[in-house]
Design a protein around this ligand. Structure first.
Ligand code: COA
Length: 262
């Protein structure tokens, strides 16, 4: 589905989407490919990434798949080098890979904490750092777009490591926006609210029996769609986003302002 953007909007770009094999990542990768980008799907499970790339190819897009655990800096560096070698450069990095689970903090093990911070925050650093030189050389102005959540600033009871990690990513994007703004790279975050039909919504709302509660607090009266997030990524990746740097684009139907709603 792309009823919004010009079909050649991202022609000639190469985009890496981490965690691009499923959910928001796959929807984003699919849209970027529809808009003309070659999309590199990175995923911990290579067969899932391959299936995603095959679905994009079958729809007429251009895509490839790589085994990528964002926690492993040398693996990230190797994937970036291969992408540059095979596709001539890198223009867009979407830091989408994330882990999360509900657990009261008093029951959380240090390794549980470390695992989420390692995937979300350290993974975002690893990918951004490894992609710096290639993004800096982009003729289209390099973009780093990191997926966070508005829980980064509200706090997230039951999901402390993810909330802290996402707050760290938000801070990292603001720092890099300044450090790398004159190095030809724009760095921004997107903060999705509750997006229906994702693993995150299932784990955080459905499994906890709080779907109706959450829905009642979304001012526009519906959960977001994966497409709502993919189009936000496309906007930031496009020439329309060329003066947007260091911001958090909140795509949550107004949910961040309704925490005090009765
Ligand atoms: N509750 C409490 N602790 C948990 C947990 C849960 N539901 N799931 C994992 N942990 C803990 C483990 O017990 C372990 O700690 P320990 O060694 O002290 O026992 C630690 O986290 C690592 O667990 P492990 O299963 O080895 O980690 P992993 O590398 O396989 O990845 C996730 C764990 C959470 C990242 C994995 O479940 C995942 O990939 N989830 C899907 C991604 C997702 O949810 N995306 C949406 C984000 S909103």
């Amino acid at each position: 589905m792309n009823e919004i953007f010009r079909p050649d909007l991202l022609d000639g770009r190469v985009a890496v989407v981490t965690g691009g094999g499923t959910g928001l990542g796959l929807e984003t990768a699919t849209l970027l490919a529809r808009l003309g980008a070659h999309v590199v799907i990175g995923g911990r499970r290579l067969e899932v990434a391959r299936e995603a790339a095959a679905s994009i190819l079958a729809a007429g897009g251009s895509a490839s798949a790589y085994q990528l655990d964002v926690r492993d800096f040398s693996e990230v560096e190797s994937v970036v080098a291969q992408v540059v070698d095979q596709h001539g450069g890198l223009d867009i990095l979407v830091n989408n890979a994330a882990g999360n689970f509900r657990c009261k903090t008093e029951d959380l093990s240090p390794n549980g904490w470390r695992t989420i911070v390692d995937i979300d925050l350290n993974g975002t650093f690893n990918c951004s750092r490894a992609a710096f030189a290639a993004l800096s050389a982009s003729p289209h102005v390099g973009r780093i777009i990191s997926i966070i959540t508005s829980y980064a600033w509200s706090g997230w009871p039951g999901c402390a490591p993810a909330a802290a990690a996402k707050a760290g990513i938000q801070s990292l994007m603001r720092t890099l926006a300044v450090e790398w703004g004159d190095r030809n790279i724009l760095c921004n975050s997107i903060a999705p609210g509750a997006i229906g039909d994702t693993e995150g919504a299932k784990r955080i709302h459905e499994d906890a029996g709080r779907t109706d509660h959450e829905l009642s607090r979304v001012p526009v009266g519906r959960f977001g769609s994966r497409h709502d997030i993919a189009t936000a990524v496309a906007y930031l990746a496009s020439p329309a986003g060329r003066y947007v740097n260091g911001t958090d684009l909140v795509v949550d139907g107004g949910r961040q302002f309704s925490f005090g709603k009765a």
